[in-house]
Write a protein that binds this ligand. Structure first.
Ligand code: FEO
Length: 396
């Protein structure tokens, strides 16, 4: 189904589907994405968010199928990140009389990104309201979920929350609502989105969720992906688990290798961790996607991370993984570093330091070997795998 779609009486989804986007500042969007915008037609006309600027004409065309864009009275900017705000200049050119509604940080962000010194911007904070006729919209600031400027907009009479990035998924589909796609695919994309965009904001999510939960809603319209009308409770429950990176009995052995020595160690760790009831996975960095790996990390109980030593350093693939992992700040994980080296060594120690900076509790010193693991080293690897599995079994 294309846009516009009437999602509630006189409220339309007018955003765009970006079927072909595959890279979203490093996030592999294997199912594309959508930039959702919503038009509320009342005595006053309000547009909630815009779209990525290269789709601005499509946004205005979608709006024009319902009302003349010049008649927009309010542009509610829930979030300044350019995937939602970069068509603001186009909308304001089409509706020069419109007033922008944003938080103070949102106003500042819009002015810095787009100039707009002649735009009228009304600053709102949590609890402020806007009457547009039969509806009174209210605003809840959600700073750092996702940026300092972020807020959500609530229409009590529609039981509808415009939830911005919260509950989003990078998921283009012909459907518009969560019950129009397979449930497992929906939740997998929601989990991937959380792991790669929101995981480092767990504390903020825990503060924000109660504000969302106290609202009487039967629909949540996020800024990306499917609109929720059936699975809101599942999303709220999942967000509660994900906010704690709630560990499960899962051991990830994540590594890269030069001459198969670190790979032999990785396979021995996997062997040690493999048992009924424990999900043990071998993940080679050079053939796996970081976005998918981080989705696995979100609910893992343990990570064994390995790199050989290359030029007194770790392999570039492992460095990229460690940097990405550290930024996303997973919590409630144990782990260990391992790897082979030729002479000077140091790779596994660097991995260990990265894990420490990430906040992962290591169960032992880095496990290393020179050139090639011998039988004793492989046995030590199996013992490490077994120890990690022992410790994550409590999460069954
Ligand atoms: Fe989809 Fe934080 O922007």
């Amino acid at each position: 189904m294309g846009n516009p779609v009437e999602i509630k009486k006189n409220i339309y989804s007018v955003g765009v589907k970006d079927w072909n986007v595959r890279d979203f500042h490093g996030y592999t969007t294997s199912r594309g994405s959508t930039y959702n915008a919503y038009l509320i037609v009342d005595e006053k006309i309000a547009l909630v968010d815009t779209v990525k600027n290269r789709f601005s004409s499509r946004l205005l065309e979608n709006i024009a199928k319902i009302v003349d864009p010049a008649k927009i009275d309010y542009l509610i900017s829930n979030h300044t990140e350019p995937d939602h705000s970069s068509s603001t200049p186009h909308v304001m050119a089409a509706a020069p009389g419109a007033t922008i509604i944003a938080t103070a940080a949102g106003k500042s962000g819009l002015e810095k990104y787009y100039g707009g010194s002649d735009w009228k911007i009304n600053v709102v904070k949590t609890g402020d309201t806007l009457n547009i006729g039969s509806r009174t919209l209210s605003f809840v600031a959600t700073p750092m979920a996702h940026w300092p400027d972020s807020m959500v907009t609530y229409s009590p009479s529609d039981k509808l929350l415009f939830s911005m990035d919260i509950f989003g998924q990078h998921f283009a589909s012909s459907g518009c609502f969560d019950d129009e796609v397979p449930y497992d695919e929906l939740m997998r994309e929601a989990k991937k989105y959380y792991a790669n965009i929101i995981m480092h904001l767990g504390k903020v999510v825990k503060k924000t969720l109660p504000a969302v939960e106290q609202l009487d809603i039967d629909m949540a319209a996020p800024a990306h992906g499917l609109i929720l009308r059936k699975h809101i409770p599942d999303f709220v429950a999942s967000y509660k688990d994900w906010a704690d990176c709630k560990p499960t009995p899962k051991v990830l052995v994540i590594y890269d290798t030069m001459w198969m020595s670190t790979e032999q160690m990785a396979k021995a760790i996997l062997e040690g961790a493999t048992r009924p009831g424990v999900d043990a996975k071998l993940i080679k960095l050079s053939v796996n996607d970081l976005t998918e790996i981080m989705t696995e990390v979100l609910d893992a109980g343990a990570l064994a991370v390995g790199s050989p030593t290359l030029n007194n350093n770790i392999l570039p693939t492992c460095a990229a993984f460690c940097a990405y992992l550290r930024g996303l700040k997973p919590t409630n994980k144990i782990g260990a570093a391992f790897g082979s080296h030729g002479w000077a060594g140091g790779g596994a120690k660097q991995v260990d330091e990265e894990l420490e900076k990430t906040g992962i509790a290591r169960v032992r010193e880095p496990l290393t070997c020179v050139y090639k693991p011998d039988a004793a080293t492989l046995e030590e690897c199996r013992k490490l795998g077994a120890e990690l599995a022992d410790k994550v079994e409590q999460y069954k």
